[in-house]
Design a protein around this ligand. Sequence first.
Ligand SMILES: Cc1ncc(C[n+]2csc(CCOP(=O)(O)OP(=O)(O)O)c2C)c(N)n1
Ligand SMILES: [Mg+2]
Length: 798
Amino acid sequence: MPDTELKILTELEKKVLWLSTWTIHHANHLRESGDGLKVGGHQATSASLATIMTALYFSVLRPEDRVAVKPHASPIYHAIQYLLGAQTRDKLAAFRGYKGAQSYPSRTKDADDVDFSTGSVGLGVAQTLFASLVQDYVRAHGWGLDRPEGRMIALVGDAELDEGNIFEAILEGWKQGLRNCWWIIDYNRQSLDAVIREGLWARFEALFRDFGWDVVILKYGSLLEAAFREPGGEKLRQWIDDCPNQLYSALVFQGGAAWRKRLNDDIGDQGAVTRLIEARADAELGRLMTNLAGHDLPALLESFGRIDHDRPTCFICYTIKGFGLPFAGHKDNHAGLMTPAQMEIFRTAMGVRPGHEWDKFEGLSAPAERLQAFLDKVPFRARKRRRQAAYVEVPPELAVSIHPTMSTQTGFGALLNELGKDKTALAERIVTASPDVTVSTNLGPWVNRRGLFAREAMADTFKSERIPSTFTWEFSPKGQHIELGIAEMNLFILLSALGLAHTINGERLLPIGTLYDPFIARGLDALNYACYQDARFILVATPSGITLAPEGGAHQSIGTPLIGLAQDGLAAFEPAFVDELSVILAFALAYIQKDGAGDASERNWLRDETGGSIYLRLSTRPIEQIKRPMSAELRQAIIDGAYWLRKPGPNCQVVVAYTGAVAPEAIQAIGLMAEDRRDVGLLAVTSADRLNAGWTAASRARERGLVHASAHIERLFAEVPSHCGIVTVLDGHPATLAWLGAVRGHRVRPLGVEHFGQTGAIPDLYRHYGIDANAIVAAAQAIAPGRPIRHLRAVDLG
Ligand SMILES: Cc1ncc(C[n+]2csc(CCOP(=O)(O)OP(=O)(O)O)c2C)c(N)n1
Ligand SMILES: [Mg+2]
């Protein structure tokens, strides 16, 4: 690199540090924040990456590269984008405020084209690994070959590597032949609370090497390397190598005089090395001793530039937390903020005049035109903003042959099997994934048709040996199923990566992931993360609830319907019948492609134009199917969340509202009550989530003056007399449907499952947990008084 370019980069590094530090200072000390509280902002943890990010964004990155930036380096990211003209001064000035630049880089909330959101540490790191796999998947299918391959890069905190999901991802990456992935570890030897363990770098090095990664250790900067070549230099190197992290950090904080004292105490009076130390004044000695490679532009540029292969690469970059700031190295500096007095000193050192804090080139020595000309030519700047992929047409219903008795899980397998038969654009864009439960979640027939994905073909030995087997396990670059190891976290992060292919790779994928419902909890944070960054996918969770009875009590899920209700960006459905599932799956395949611009408005209550991801809670319980034509009206009601399976009459005393696998119990209970309670109604709830969302949105709209707003559930309940009681029932937490009583003020007795763990046959467990027909009838009797219901048996409390 020519010297002039290096000079400009050095100036930009200084500017990035200034702007990011100033942004945080401004947010905390200068902006009026409503409640007068400091908003925080982590000047130290941010500064740690200033040099590395300067090297990357202004020189190393190519337009096709994608980066997950460590959450607390957000101000650095925004400052860089500001210099590149992609971020506004107003957003910077509103950092951490309402509609300002986000505390942690956010794909959805930030305006400056964040590649991957970060915040929950560990997840963004793994996301880059899966994004690389997705890039390979897309290209192996012959898409996007006119664009160059990008590197997926994560800027990783050293303590971030404590997160287990990273290791799960590394193992999966090794299995899948990971390429084009760089992880740059900000090895500042500090976490949030303290200084980290000695020698961690050696564990990292061994681990990454074991999994086939190239490991590059960047420890000393060019000043130190030059000093090591002086007489006595080797002694100095030895001293630093042996210096415990805590002591090094403390000396960084204390500065030049402290370095001198300590060095003299430890290795003084030894001739050459003493002269080496004494030849430098305090400030110079301080600069030398803190000259780690992570803050040395030439060292970084050289190391990044030397990578000439596509193997995954881990850079362990020694850095100092808070480098260049007064609390550098202090163990308490994680959320450190400079005082106004310290800021004044820093301002002077940076050559920034009061009132010129946001000026792009203030305090730099190169002429503004030269700097701007350089910025205009930065390779990364040539990147296009997000791509949008074409919409893949989906029919309103999907073909499936429905057997008289069938479970929703079998129905799901049959639907995908049908989809897999045809060479349609829809089928081509579907990609399935499962963490070692492909067969047991009924994806087997689909996989038999479409094959497993791997960059290199691998035959099924059982097949070539002619050993009979139900499933063909053949891998090829054209395969459409990604088989993962058991780690559910990986499934969610993979879905997150697949679900962004339309904007990152410019190619539409329709990802469907399957797992057992209880294990959603294992990957819940990753699921939340995927939704937060607006990845689009369908999650099929099966089996679920206590209905999976014989599978074992440990696997029963109770809380997942509430997750479905509460998780933002995820529309949850729990159908009972396969014709409902067919409608819902068709809706889902379209919904995950919707991108109606702007915020969800009141006119778009269920976000049908905005779109999102989908969660289907399915069951292995075979239930008797209803033979019926599918009308447009019924289809819409299934999508909106509920329909009358039996419409209540004008004198109705009881309504039973059920969701999912307990449909037969609800139907049976209605039959038992019909003689003794007038006009009983039966409400089939296909989506408590969407039903609830519609109601909340309509209520809010009315409160804001849209007097005629009404929700689907309000219309359904409009003619249910006010004295009528509602019994709700599902195989999940009763709170899921309990809110139905608040819609029009009906009395509700919510049935469901609050405890779990008992194994047994379904009738035993439904009786045990009180969600069988008898329990429904007993609940109805309790809230809709009248003569005793004849078919009510004494409730077995066993
Ligand atoms: C899952 C999760 N747990 C905890 C936190 C809170 N947290 C934010 S940063 C941090 C420490 C990070 O240390 P390191 O990765 O070394 O980054 P540094 O600040 O040193 O650059 C913690 C515990 C979080 N953001 N996410
Ligand atoms: Mg750290």
